[in-house]
Design a protein around this ligand. Structure first.
Ligand code: AMP
Length: 187
């Protein structure tokens, strides 16, 4: 059973490539961003608490997303693609513990590398159709700073475990998917 993290800055193409991976390998897709946006759309108590944080481009607290991931692993029997999680080293450490609790290990972390200017260009382009309140120029900058300060160290965490697979996230979507497939099939 494969358990994979898809990693990259906001706008790196994680969502697009996640669709490809879950379809091809029959994994459950767990996107913490999607789960959090659903809480906001449903106007739950949690949704009300996190809306301002997400609109400011900041990370919500670890406890909230860890509980979501714990439940997701508990209910899964196919293997999981984690998208948007872990976002900091503390979350990465907890993920290892949660997987171990269920007799699983992480197969690999697929890292999509895209230059900063292209990330901004893509997110502004997406803003025209996404309806996401955090896809505006001001929030995009905050999200990139959060990524650089807190999330990027997660890559080093997995590199140390020999689990980091770097993929060039620039260019043709099909070529990127092919590179990812090669990496997964080499596991
Ligand atoms: P995303 O859809 O992955 O770009 O996430 C959108 C927003 O949801 C982020 O800017 C954070 O505010 C929040 N978020 C998503 N995943 C996490 C996570 N693992 N830890 C903390 N905050 C998160």
């Amino acid at each position: 059973m494969k358990n994979i993290v898809i990693f990259g800055a906001p706008g790196a193409g994680k969502g697009t490539q996640s669709d490809f991976i879950v379809e091809k390998y029959g994994l459950s897709h767990i996107s913490t961003g999607d789960l959090l946006r659903k809480e906001i759309a449903d106007q739950t108590e949690l949704g009300k608490r996190i809306k301002g944080i997400m609109d400011a481009g900041q990370l919500v607290s670890d406890d909230i997303v860890i509980e979501m991931i714990d439940k997701a692993i508990e209910h899964d029997n196919k293997g999981i693609l984690f998208d948007g999680f872990p976002r900091n080293v503390a979350q990465a450490e907890v993920l290892d513990q949660l997987l171990a609790k269920h007799g699983r290990t992480l197969s690999c972390m697929i890292r999509l590398d895209v230059p900063r200017e292209e990330l901004i260009r893509r997110m502004l382009e997406r803003a025209k159709v996404s309806g996401r309140s955090d896809d505006n120029e001001e929030t995009i900058k905050h999200r990139l700073v959060e990524y650089e300060n807190k999330t990027l160290p997660v890559a080093a965490y997995y590199a140390k475990q020999g689990k980091e697979v770097k993929i060039n996230g620039l260019g043709d979507i099909k070529r990127i998917s092919d590179d990812i497939a090669h990496a997964i099939e080499a596991l």
